[in-house]
Design a protein around this ligand. Structure first.
Ligand code: BGC
Length: 743
């Protein structure tokens, strides 16, 4: 392991907390590992200076822009390779042609399709984020690449965001705690993470030009923390500049964001890569901190950082010293990942059974159980002769689809296949497609069209398909409906128009429930939908995701009880879109400008502060067992500002099966002199507790986590006084509270 993996002694910590011997015998304890990346070294600087001194201006500038779709220019005569990149968040994207978007048609670029980042966030398991990064890093090396265009960690500001499935959550703390281990695991394989999209890229509508206005405190507290942790803790080697503008300047020519914050404040030493075709100027972009311009479709020499940059240097607008600065940054990261002079560089492996099993582990912990009346789940198969499997989503594949990066894979187990794999052959499966995917045909698959351009006539059920589904449900002992969306419907480059379930699914679900009350509804989707009616009517409701190569097997194992569900929602499921902060404040999507009027009250911060009841709250998810929290305490009563609060709580599994619980810690300061959210996530820990047993969970909260960004002093400030630390199994199911004093 090249990263510093500090596992704080759990036994020692436990001794400090166990108040009596009996407890010590019954309860082991657990707490989070600390992940930290490896800093870019300076040991190659002399070699780098030497290389740069031998390069012509043309060669240098060749490195500063795309020279093919996913690589900059190398300098073969000096042994400098191209910096080879690949998307993305779902796994390593198939090889794209050098000069256009057509697939290159290789036969050796089949990869593992990993659960989408939203699914990963739903596991609330930082160790699985590390597994994810490490596994994808192996695949990236097997494809001989240097940089993965991932993770995508923008905050889910609106439930309608087209890339919600690709992003993590609505909470900066959850994002950073999942992003850092992912980056560390990835970069441990001699590759770079390219953390995207920096920053404030929270909508697809007008993303190419929209000017995002966010007040400074909100920027610092909500939209930047995960990026900051990615740089300072994860030591990410590259960052992708976003498409949009921030306070009037495009993000790829934004001196405040790229030079002042990213480099001067956070000490970023890596490279800034533009999003594809996100650059709008030559000297300004370079001077503002951009290192590599990527994009398409014009000829590469017409890029802003290509021939135009050569002309700018010749005209004296950009100095050669400035060019050298950027070239050196690129060379430094190439050395860092052993792309130059690399002995023993990780070779990697791709689409192996071990990687599929990594995807399985993540998928099985991502599934969220939303409702389970009368223990409808796990399915009891005694006496069951037939199961109706209904819905296009039972067979729909999502590794590819929509606009943007997917994965070409040989394995994508669909929900139907998963059930076939796992059910005894004696049980008859009656499959019916139920609903048809419908899009505005002439626009299908094109940028932004699916949900932005009307008229949308996508909600009609086909009478024949409907009847088939009803017949299947009638003649089966149990029915399972696979509803939701897919990656053609939820897609990069467009936001959804509404939360409504598309393709007439709500009507279908109601009709199936009417003929077979033993109906389970499974949602396959990456973002919130209006499932209020569905949730009222069905006794069991499960949320699955675009859940990777093994998604169908993982889902079947949850439905059949081999896996006890342990995922929790990484965002709030609203009852109504107008309850959501960006919509309630009428500040989405804006026009040329979007003003984030809700300020710091994003996601559950808004719902909790304004006392609005969500359909399902942030952090919510059920289990096949039950847990009780007991003996919540801190190691001291009062703390200095530079100290860390150790919070412990005993989690008892009070049910009959083993299960994993996610202890969530929210802080709240009701007497604060400044505006604050009712509560904010400040810690969490997932823990396996066997039936009838207990585990003590220890969560470390550095006091500085309780600070707010003081706009006047430009400093993170901890307000002294009392803080209530709330321990719960969701943001709305707080089981214990402890009050601490901060001096
Ligand atoms: C996306 C990026 C992606 C890039 C290259 C852009 O449209 O916003 O996330 O990495 O394309 O495929």
């Amino acid at each position: 392991m090249k990263n510093k993996l500090i596992f704080l002694s759990v036994a020692m910590a436990f001794v400090a907390f166990a108040s009596c011997k009996n407890e010590a015998q019954n309860a082991a304890s657990t707490q989070a590992k600390v992940y930290e990346g490896k800093e870019i070294g300076s040991e190659f600087d002399a070699k780098i200076d030497q290389l740069v001194s031998q390069m012509t201006l043309q060669e240098k500038i060749g490195m500063l822009h795309g020279n093919s779709m996913f690589a900059n220019g190398g300098v073969a005569r000096l042994g400098i390779p191209e910096l080879k990149m690949a998307d993305g968040p779902l796994g390593v994207r198939e090889e794209i042609s050098r000069d256009n978007w057509a697939p290159a048609g290789l036969t050796n670029d089949f990869a593992t399709y990993y659960p989408a980042t939203g699914a990963l966030a739903a596991t609330w398991n930082a160790d699985l984020a590390h597994t994810f990064g490490n596994s994808v890093g192996q695949e990236l090396r097997a494809r001989d690449k240097d940089m993965l265009l991932s993770p995508a960690i923008n905050i889910v500001r609106t439930p309608l965001g087209g890339r919600t499935y690709e992003y993590m959550s609505e909470d900066p703390f959850l994002n950073k705690k999942m992003a850092v281990p992912l980056i560390v695991g990835l970069q441990d394989n001699d590759v770079m993470a390219c953390v995207k999209h920096f920053a404030a890229n929270n909508q697809e509508t007008n993303r190419d030009f929209v000017d995002v206005q966010i007040d400074e405190r909100t920027l610092r507290e909500i939209y930047l923390p995960a990026f900051e942790a990615a740089v300072k803790e994860g030591k990410a080697y590259s960052i992708m500049g976003a498409y949009n503008k921030f306070r009037g300047e495009y993000l790829c020519e934004n001196d405040y964001m790229l030079n002042k914050i990213l480099r001067d404040e956070w000490g970023f030493k890596g490279v800034v890569v533009s999003d594809w075709a996100a650059v709008h100027s030559t000297a300004k972009s370079l001077n503002s901190g951009l290192d590599i311009e990527m994009g398409t479709p014009k000829p590469f020499k017409e890029f802003f950082l290509a021939d135009k940059l050569i002309a700018a240097v010749k005209a004296g607008e950009v100095s050669e010293a400035e060019i050298d600065k950027h070239v050196k940054r690129i060379l430094r990261v190439l050395y860092q990942v052993k792309a130059i002079d690399g002995k023993d560089r990780v070779k990697g492996s791709i689409a192996t059974e071990a990687h599929y099993q990594d995807a399985y582990k993540i998928a099985s912990e991502a599934v969220v159980l939303l409702k389970n009346e009368n223990n409808a789940l796990p399915l009891k198969l005694d006496g069951v002769k037939s199961i109706a499997v209904i819905g296009n989503n039972a067979t729909k594949k999502n590794a590819l689809g929509g606009f943007g990066a997917g994965v070409k894979t040989k394995r994508e187990v669909t929900p139907l296949e998963g059930l076939k794999n796992r059910l005894p052959s004696s049980i008859q499966i009656n499959y019916a497609e139920g609903y048809l995917e419908r899009y505005d045909e002439k626009n299908k698959g094109k940028l932004g069209d699916i949900t932005l351009n009307g008229p949308v006539t996508i909600d009609q059920l086909d009478p024949v398909k409907l009847q088939e589904a009803i017949d299947a449900a009638k003649k089966s002992d149990i029915a399972i409906i696979f509803a939701g969306s897919n990656r053609d419907y939820e897609t990069e480059a467009s936001d959804r128009r509404s939360l409504k379930l598309p393709f007439g699914q709500e009507e279908l679900i109601k009709k199936i429930l009417a003929v077979n009350p033993k109906t389970i509804v499974v949602m396959v989707a990456g973002a919130p939908f209006d499932i209020q009616e569905v949730s009222k009517k069905t006794s069991a409701l499960v949320w699955s995701w675009f859940n990777g190569s093994e998604g169908g097997n993982a889902l079947a194992d949850v439905l059949l009880g081999k896996v006890n569900p342990s995922g929790k929602l990484p965002w709030t499921m609203p009852k109504n879109i107008m309850d959501s902060p960006a919509h309630a404040t009428n500040s989405f999507p804006g026009d040329k400008t979007v003003n984030y009027a809700e300020g710091i009250l994003v996601g559950y911060r808004w719902f909790d502060t304004k006392k609005i009841e969500p359909l399902y709250p942030f952090g919510y998810g059920l289990s096949y067992t039950t847990f009780a929290f007991d003996n919540a305490k801190t190691d001291k009563k009062s703390y200095a500002q530079d100290e860390t609060i150790s919070v412990s709580v005993t989690v008892k599994n009070t049910g009959k099966v083993d299960g994993k619980e996610i202890v969530q810690l929210y802080s709240s300061k009701s007497d604060s002199k400044i505006t604050r959210a009712a509560q904010e996530l400040k810690g969490f820990q997932k823990v396996l507790v066997t039936a009838g047993n207990s585990q003590t969970v220890i969560i470390q909260v550095p006091v500085k986590e309780l600070s707010y960004y003081n706009v006047k002093s430009k400093k993170w400030t901890v307000e002294p006084g009392n803080y209530t630390l709330k321990l719960g199994s969701s943001s709305r199911d707080i089981k214990k509270e402890v009050v601490v004093i901060i001096k």
